[in-house]
Design a protein. Structure first.
Ligand code: TYD
Ligand code: MG
Length: 461
């Protein structure tokens, strides 16, 4: 019985995983929920705080009603005027929605969000930028670089959740950005700022406010080394839209990807270039990704890949060279590593290329990542080209999924892919023969339907 009393006393503290929010009464070396090592921290257990009266906005009361009586055109969206972004959001910002913008430090999250608010303010919407990381002078300096020095955006440097709610209540903005959600803390909770419970509490209460007052909320979240949003992985479930801002260090372009979107497709990407005057949209990414392409060099091929609704031509580069000692290396950047291993095996078995004692490197030029099977044929062609030391003509593109028996399977949207290639001056396209019909016919583009990997290599080399 003594034991019971003891646990009741110590119950006040709880160990919370800083990555996913899992809670345990005792410390564990590894979170059983998300598998992260050494992520449990002691936090004081505090029951959720009730919303303050001043958090209660006058908003509507919701009553159940039959689906058929709900008008469907109700949802009105605000276009920001940055096409790349509006498309990723699924056609603008939905009032009352919460959007999480994640990304590595220094990738340009603050810049992007300030540019968004500046646009919205320019359209006459009251916008508020709350920074917990920079002073208002620093934000002003950034604004001046972005050409937003004269902007109407309201700016405040604040980290206390209670103070933020007072500001929200007083100024009633339509669009709010919190940079970053990890810096916001509630003085009524004893957990340290940045801990999972603080971040969850802050985001949760801000979102309730946003929903009730039809305010759109942008939450900026940092990402840890492992590529997850630190602490607030829990946030991904709560918010309506999760956008990741990606890019390689040293490259100027940045890719905005929707990984979750309640109001649109999640496959869409937006391409931006970081310039001295902020982020600029790239309307023709194919041109950008092919700008430094070497012509008629073994191991380089161009693939029309589809990102969401939009085709992008990317260059795949392969380097296959004899292993001098040890186990052959297999390195793939920008494409799935396992997929490459599989295609190497198919090339070995079905096309008779002896790749067993070869080091293999594969890269998607420009630092973009592609995750669709339609690039299979491109990968195999690049590998075979490098192995055989034969170039593929610079006017050729190819796409198709490669099956385990070496058959070439049809992929979606072949017409879009062919058109994009044509637009950039390509004159020959190898594609799955089952796609030939949909791909349309034009005199400017020679379309070659192929049924197997052997056919393809026979035509190319
Ligand atoms: P920032 O938006 O502060 O990144 P984050 O909020 O994701 O940490 O962007 C930081 C980088 O962007 C910094 O290295 C400088 C660069 N930058 C430009 O190149 N041009 C610009 O106009 C601005 C504002 C930033
Ligand atoms: Mg920042």
């Amino acid at each position: 019985m003594d034991y019971n009393r003891k646990t009741m006393k110590t119950d006040k503290s709880v160990y919370a995983c800083q990555s996913c929010g899992f809670q345990s009464p005792k410390w564990l070396g590894r979170c059983p929920d998300c598998g992260t090592w050494n992520s449990l921290l002691e936090e004081t257990f505090s029951p959720s705080i009730k919303a303050h009266p001043w958090e209660e906005s006058p908003g509507r009361k919701s009553l159940p009603q039959p689906l058929k009586e709900i008008s469907s055109q109700g949802e009105q969206r605000h276009l920001i005027g940055i096409d790349e972004l509006d498309r990723v959001l699924g056609g603008g910002v939905v009032p009352g929605s919460a959007i999480l913008v994640g990304g590595d430090p220094g990738i340009g999250k603050s810049t992007l969000v300030l540019q968004i608010l500046d646009r919205l303010a320019g359209l006459g919407h009251k916008s508020l930028y709350i920074s917990g990381e920079e002073s208002v002078q620093q934000i002003k300096m950034r604004g001046e670089r972005l050409g937003a020095g004269e902007s109407q955006v309201l700016v405040v440097s604040e980290t206390s959740l209670e103070a933020i709610f007072k500001i929200l209540k007083e100024f009633q903005p339509r669009f709010v950005a919190v940079d970053s959600i990890q810096t916001v803390y509630s003085g009524e909770m004893s957990s340290a700022p940045g801990s999972v419970s603080q971040v969850r509490e802050a985001a949760g209460r801000l979102m309730v406010w946003a929903k009730k007052s039809d305010t759109s909320l942008f939450l900026i979240g940092h990402v840890t080394k492992e590529g997850i949003i630190a602490g607030p992985r829990v946030l991904e479930h709560m918010v309506d839209t999760v956008l990741y801002f990606e890019g390689e260090r040293g490259h100027a372009y940045r890719i905005l990807r929707a990984v979750k979107n309640r109001f649109g497709s999640t496959n869409e990407i937006g391409v931006f270039e970081m310039k001295d005057s902020g982020l600029e949209e790239v309307r023709d990414p194919s041109q950008l990704f092919l700008s430094e392409r070497p012509l008629n060099v073994p191991g380089s091929v161009v693939v029309p890949s589809l990102e969401g609704s939009r085709p992008i031509l990317v260059e795949l580069q392969a380097l296959v060279s004899q292993t001098n000692f040890g186990v052959p290396r297999r390195t793939a950047m920008g494409v799935d590593h396992n997929r490459v291993s599989l295609l190497v095996a198919v090339l070995e078995k079905k096309a008779g290329l002896n790749l067993l004692n070869q080091d293999i490197f594969l890269n998607v030029a420009g630092g973009i990542r592609i995750d669709e099977p339609a690039v299979d044929l491109g990968i195999t062609a690049a590998l075979a080209g490098s192995f055989l030391d034969r170039p593929i003509s610079a006017q050729t593109v190819l796409f198709g999924e490669v099956g385990l028996t070496g058959e070439i399977r049809a992929v979606s949207q072949s017409l879009l892919r062919v058109k994009e290639a044509q637009k950039l001056g390509f004159t020959r396209c190898l594609l799955p023969k089952n796609n030939l019909e949909q791909a349309g016919k034009t005199p400017a583009m020679e379309l070659i339907g192929i049924g197997s990997l052997q056919d393809c290599l026979g035509i190319l080399f």
